[in-house]
Design a protein around this ligand. Structure first.
Ligand SMILES: C[S@@+](CC[C@H](N)C(=O)[O-])C[C@H]1O[C@@H](n2cnc3c(N)ncnc32)[C@H](O)[C@@H]1O
Length: 197
């Protein structure tokens, strides 16, 4: 499939990306009403993600939770925590969740996760890793391994939104380098799902 990417002239985005690492959260805040708002109702990956989760499901952390679009997949978890580097995404997630949802929402970066070792049975990252710059990916994956026993990651095979915002990575190699063993790889419509331990 050819790479689908569109670059819309956006001087604010260009200015933020001049120091991507320092400005990561404002980048996502800036884009919150655009590309990610369109995904609100998309559930195409949900069945595959649900099938990859252990049962019963204990404690799960959703890294790069965005609008908490994915919450219905793990609503039955004993404990659910959503993490996002963007304050505004966390605010939008809170607004998007049902009022009786017991989900903790935390502003943090995957590169430095505010949880002690082995806190979670599962870490989930749905279309988040492509947004971690290459220089930060190894550290971010080591953090995931430190806090969770199983890692379920869904990542698009192609840069599909905007090459200024997405970084294609070699996930099997990156996961292995961080000490994970990829137990399962499932091909989805435009993405791959990895189950790593
Ligand atoms: C493409 S969205 C996916 C959101 C959600 N997982 C979903 O599937 O609807 C990527 C999300 O990752 C967040 N993000 C990007 N880099 C991050 C990082 N280093 N640490 C935590 N979250 C990050 C963004 O703020 C954004 O909400």
């Amino acid at each position: 499939m050819p790479a689908r990417s569109s670059v819309v002239a956006d001087p604010t985005l260009d200015a933020l990306l001049s120091d991507y690492e320092a400005n990561l959260a404002p980048v996502w805040d800036h884009r919150a009403d655009g590309i990610f708002a369109r995904w609100r109702g998309e559930t195409g990956d949900f069945a595959a993600i649900a099938a990859a989760l252990p049962s019963p499901l204990g404690a799960i952390v959703d890294l790069g939770v965005g609008y908490a679009r994915t919450w219905p997949i793990y609503a039955h978890a004993r404990r659910a925590v959503g993490v996002d580097v963007s304050t505004r995404m966390i605010t939008l997630a809170r607004a998007n969740l049902p009022s009786d949802a017991s989900m903790e929402l935390v502003v943090a970066s995957m590169e430095s996760l505010p949880f002690s070792d082995g806190t979670f049975d599962v870490a989930l990252a749905v279309r988040t890793l492509n947004h971690v710059p290459s220089a930060s990916l190894a550290g971010a994956l080591r953090e995931v391994r430190r806090i969770a026993r199983i890692f379920v990651a869904v990542e698009a095979r192609e840069v599909r939104v905007d090459p200024r915002l997405e970084f294609p990575h070699d996930y099997p190699s990156a996961l292995a380098d961080a000490g994970f063993r990829v137990r399962e790889r499932v091909s989805l419509e435009d993405a791959d799902l990895y189950v790593a331990e």
